[in-house]
Design a protein around this ligand. Structure first.
Ligand SMILES: Cc1cc2nc3c(=O)[nH]c(=O)nc-3n(C[C@H](O)[C@H](O)[C@H](O)COP(=O)(O)OP(=O)(O)OC[C@H]3O[C@@H](n4cnc5c(N)ncnc54)[C@H](O)[C@@H]3O)c2cc1C
Ligand code: SF4
Length: 569
């Protein structure tokens, strides 16, 4: 039974989800004076209490490895020091994977969503990324162009703060950058190796500020970004967008509020959102003039599919049948190596941000390759502060124990490098999500069942990655130590979803027969329904998606505010 207050308030806009997309919508709309209600399935985040940025393992029982040290045995899902409430598997909110498929789904349940946990690599799509079909006849073109999004990339980069360098490379458009941090020893060696191979290796582009910005202090290079950044020098939607929006008086926040379905009238207008209040385990309803979906690409598809009624038997916004289809993730492939030139270096201050200070943009964009599309390379290695289990690898490499083993570890510490690819996947008919007919979560809501298959194109790309990454390590004088990652399929290509760039599940397009949203992220079928996460992506270029999620959410919010002003919503 719904619990409804006696006199129901009607909110101008109800936003579902507080990650990159939802945080941006809340920021932009409240600044424009719109009254917004935000539903977030997780609890509030309190950085002073929740973050472990500068805490030491020695201060915690079992150094943070957990009772019985499950972390040593690969059984603890996440590092104890990482920001809380992120999961590969959440027993309260499971998902299923169809026989014959492999898929992983990473979720965060907390104000700010996955922006509390993400790597903050912030890359613009290239001009050509918006019309891939026109280039090679695969996938579909976007209904928008780079020129439509560029002003919003500018706004996003200026507001959240991104460091980087202007390079004039067509596959990696320049943005509005703050000064990048200086390169460290392994990064200088990697850059030299790439130069010999004629591969461009340029300063990384990440949403970590290197100069004071809008009241946030510049980064102090503690390298602990995954633990949460108390000075908010690393962007998270919680600290940078939602907390300031709360001070405007325009935002009403509902935490632990798991949206279950959208309720549409016979005219197709969304009238309310029903949600589970997780604290009381009751179902409640919130009325709205407009809804913005920002629960993450797959959760957004799940919500639409779960919003079934006699009038909309396939769920909402689904007259095209495209909700849940076109699921893609980035192609991932990793090679690690050990580089003797980095052994036994005098210990020095190698501070910086967490993650590499360099990256390789796609460099073969103007030539014919034996696979379509492209990839970029993320590289790394330095004297990172060791966490529990950090020396497993080196212990496996050497025999013995005691002083001799310790000397080996000391000698090799900081001499390993990782080379990782992120490539474009082309949507295919075998990769999609749907409602599981028999499994519900703890709140009684039907869960998603995933189907996933890489195509030949992606497998060929992964082979190219392996050859290139081996060459980079060997040109540094290093030896390859490992191929693939923990979540790899046979041959080393990543398991679908494990790169955490899942998008495309309710794509945008010009034709309502083949797409769910239009070029302003508004549902073809429902005038007052919008989306602000990765669901409407019409493709999944090699660039990590979050900067584009923010830019599109910003653009959609300005459009929505204007449509509201004109009375068109
Ligand atoms: C470890 C890690 C590293 C990453 N590195 C990068 C990177 O370097 N660069 C990059 O571009 N991307 C990276 N990503 C991906 C990035 O985090 C996501 O692209 C981005 O956060 C997606 O934003 P979003 O708003 O769509 O969803 P999310 O950030 O997932 O936010 C969705 C929010 O909605 C809430 N929600 C879900 N369902 C409901 C519901 N039914 N009702 C109410 N609320 C709901 C969730 O609790 C969550 O808070 C990384 C991700 C991880 C986890
Ligand atoms: S390295 Fe910089 S951005 Fe990262 S946690 Fe430390 S201060 Fe914050």
């Amino acid at each position: 039974m719904f619990q409804t207050p006696r006199r129901e308030r009607v909110y101008d806009v109800v936003v579902i989800g507080s990650g990159a997309g939802g945080g941006t919508v809340v920021q932009v709309l409240t600044q424009l004076g719109v009254q917004v209600a935000l539903l977030e399935a997780g609890p509030m985040l309190t950085p002073e209490k929740d973050f472990r940025e500068h805490q030491m393992p020695v201060d915690f029982p079992h150094r943070g490895a957990g009772e019985g040290a499950p972390f040593y045995f690969g059984k603890q899902q996440r590092d104890f020091f990482e920001v809380k409430n992120s999961f590969w598997e959440n027993p309260n909110e499971p998902y299923t994977v169809a026989p014959g498929s492999q898929f992983k789904w990473f979720r965060s349940r907390i104000i700010g969503g996955r922006t509390n946990h993400y790597g903050r690599i912030s890359l613009r799509f290239a001009e050509y990324d918006f019309h891939p079909y026109t280039r090679d006849g695969l996938g579909v073109d976007w209904p928008i162009t780079y020129a439509d999004v560029a002003p919003y990339y500018d706004k996003a980069e200026t507001f959240i703060g991104v460091h980087g360098s202007k390079e004039g490379i067509p596959s990696a458009p320049d943005g509005i950058f703050q000064k990048p941090p200086a390169l460290r020893v392994p990064e200088i060696l990697i850059q030299k190796s790439c130069r010999k191979l004629d591969i461009p290796c340029i300063p990384a582009r990440r949403a970590m500020i290197t100069q004071p910005t809008n009241g946030r202090a510049a980064c102090h290079y503690c390298g602990q970004c995954g633990r949460g950044c108390l000075t908010a020098s690393a962007y998270s939607s919680s600290q940078v967008q939602i907390f300031p929006a709360m001070k405007t008086g325009k935002l009403t926040l509902f935490t632990d509020a798991m949206a279950r379905e959208l309720i549409a009238g016979d005219d197709g207008r969304i009238q309310a959102v029903s949600y589970i209040d997780k604290n009381t385990r009751t179902e409640k309803r919130i009325r709205c003039r407009t809804v913005v979906l920002a629960a993450g690409a797959c959760e957004t598809a799940r919500l639409l599919l779960n919003s079934k009624s006699a009038r909309f038997p396939n769920g909402l916004a689904n007259s095209s049948g495209q909700v849940g289809r076109n699921l893609t993730d980035s192609v991932g492939f990793s090679v690690s190596g050990q580089v003797p030139a980095l052994e036994g270096l005098p210990r020095h201050n190698a501070d910086g941000v967490r993650g590499s200070h360099v990256y390789v943009p796609w460099w073969l964009y103007d030539q014919k390759n034996d696979f379509p599309r492209g990839y970029h390379i993320e590289l790394g290695g330095n004297f990172r502060y060791p966490s529990v289990g950090a020396f497993h690898g080196v212990c496996n490499e050497h025999e013995g124990f005691g002083k001799k083993l310790k000397q080996q570890i000391w000698q090799e510490y900081g001499s390993t490098v990782g080379v990782t690819g992120r490539g474009e996947m082309i949507p295919n008919a075998k990769s999609y999500c749907e409602l599981d007919p028999s499994v519900v979560d703890r709140w009684g809501i039907p869960v998603l069942r995933f189907h996933f298959a890489w195509g030949e194109e992606e497998r060929k790309m992964a082979k190219h990655m392996e050859k290139t990454f081996r060459a980079i390590i060997e040109t540094m004088g290093g030896k390859v130590r490992g191929v693939g990652r923990t979540m790899s399929e046979a041959g080393g290509i990543s398991v679908g979803g494990s790169i955490i760039h899942e998008v495309g599940t309710a794509r945008m397009g010009k034709d309502p027969g083949h797409s769910v949203f239009d070029g302003f992220s508004r549902a073809h079928d429902h005038k007052n329904l919008f989306v602000a996460d990765g669901a409407p992506f019409a493709g999944n270029p090699d660039k990590n998606p979050t900067l584009t999620i923010i830019a599109l959410a910003w653009r959609m919010s300005e459009y929505l505010a204007e449509e509201m002003r004109k009375g068109n919503v």
